[in-house]
Design a protein around this ligand. Structure first.
Ligand SMILES: *Cc1c(COP(=O)(O)O)cnc(C)c1O
Length: 401
């Protein structure tokens, strides 16, 4: 099988690269030179592993979901990233990147955030490491994700509301890059997903690869085989999916099913399904699939899930999708809401609305009874309870409450 990891030039097939302004060239180049030796050093590994264990609470459990398995006629295991400190997989990445920032002698941290989850995960590790933290967030998101803004402030971060463009995630990314251009010497940009210029997609994928590293021994223990038949995850920028598949990417026995956010549907303007609806372009420093107008203006992404609300997609996933290594399904808002209720009532686990997109993908695949299916629950649904309740009419089967 062909290699789906990044190549020497920072490309995944025709996608990826580092399209950055001249002023960031040195900064990005230094990071390209530094990141692999740092990640592979014993020093880094020791500190990273210890924090993942004692601070994040890893390994995250692999749970056999008996009632869901009965419903879908296969063997479903849930990888419980929702049980991590701060409630999602994002902390795996921010812990790794802040250790990297320290090793590179940086003193100031910046980050972009949409729903606020990556902002909270970044503010958390900045408090832990006593580093200055500046988070860029679209003004629209600041208003609709107020609790996360207050969490970031409580953790000591400064939140900068961004008032350009649609005032959402994509604009926050642009603003973070602009800030980085002004402070290339002392600032480390902690990117929140497998996006941005090379080497970020590879850095984030490596930081999240702990998910599939654990899956190998957990599956061996539970099924007697260290690989599943299917891996299922949701796809925003692509980081929890990248971590879930990392150690199985070049293993043909493992089928990969990813769920992107269809919003109101891929045939409407209200969608975030970049792989279905995007065309090739450059966004935030990488060549990838982008939702754009015919003349190259970035279109706003729409979905009920703030964490999947990005008009681009990590270059690794664009490449895997066009080469058919992965099957990417679009899951609409109503299907995700229903799936969120279903997992809640069948297993007592309220998933993040992002993760509920992955759950909804189960309906769209024909499994065999012996199939081992691993589904990553990327985050917990506490933050989405109001959204679920506002849309409870979509899950009538689970009672009138
Ligand atoms: C941010 C987020 C996502 C989407 O980001 P990826 O980089 O695609 O993983 C998915 N689930 C949760 C819970 C999130 O917070």
């Amino acid at each position: 099988m062909e290699n789906f990891f990044v190549d020497e030039q920072g490309f995944y097939g025709g996608f990826g690269g580092a399209y950055v302004p001249e002023i960031l060239y040195k900064c990005v180049h230094d990071l390209q030179q530094a990141y692999v030796p740092i990640i592979e050093s014993d020093d880094f590994k020791k500190e990273y592993r210890a924090l993942l264990r004692d601070y994040v609470g890893r390994p995250s459990p692999l749970y056999f979901a008996k009632r869901m398995s009965g419903k879908y006629g296969c063997r479903i295991y849930l990888k419980r990233e929702d049980l991590n400190h701060t409630g999602a997989h994002k902390i795996n990445n921010t812990i790794g990147q802040i250790l990297m920032a320290k090793k590179m002698g940086k003193t100031r941290i910046i980050a972009e955030t949409g729903a606020g989850q990556h902002g909270v995960a970044t503010a958390t590790v900045c408090a832990l490491m006593n580093m200055q933290c500046e988070v860029f967030m679209g003004k629209t998101d600041v208003e609709r994700q107020h609790t996360n803004v207050e969490r970031m402030r409580m953790l000591g971060a400064t939140v900068h509301p961004v008032t350009t463009g649609n005032m959402t995630l994509s604009d926050a990314c642009s603003e973070a890059i602009r800030d980085w251009c002004c402070h290339p010497q002392d600032t480390f940009y902690i990117v929140g997903s497998t996006m941005g210029p090379h080497p970020y997609p590879d850095i984030v994928a490596r930081m999240q690869s702990v998910i599939s590293e654990e899956l190998k021994w957990q599956l061996e223990e539970k099924t007697g085989r260290d690989y599943p038949d299917y891996l299922v995850a949701c796809l925003g920028g692509g980081s929890n999916a990248a971590g879930t598949i990392y150690h199985y990417i070049n293993d043909e026995r493992v089928k990969i099913v990813l769920a992107e956010a269809g919003g109101h549907g891929i045939d409407t303007d209200y969608t975030a399904a970049t792989i279905h609806c995007g065309t090739e372009g450059i966004i935030h420093g990488a060549r990838t699939l982008v939702m754009q107008t015919d003349d190259g203006q970035i279109k706003e992404a729409f979905t009920i899930s703030a964490g999947l609300d990005y008009p681009g997609i990590g270059p690794m996933h664009a490449n895997m999708a066009v080469k058919k290594r992965s099957t990417v399904l679009a899951v609409n808002d109503d299907e995700a809401i229903y799936a969120g209720y279903e997992l809640t009532r069948l297993e007592g686990i309220i998933p993040a609305i992002e993760s509920a997109h992955a759950v909804a993908a189960l309906k769209k695949v024909a499994f065999k009874p012996d199939d081992v299916v691993v589904l990553t629950v990327s985050g917990r649904g506490d933050k989405d309870v109001q959204t679920y309740l506002n849309n409870k009419a979509l899950a009538k089967e689970y009672g009138d409450f």
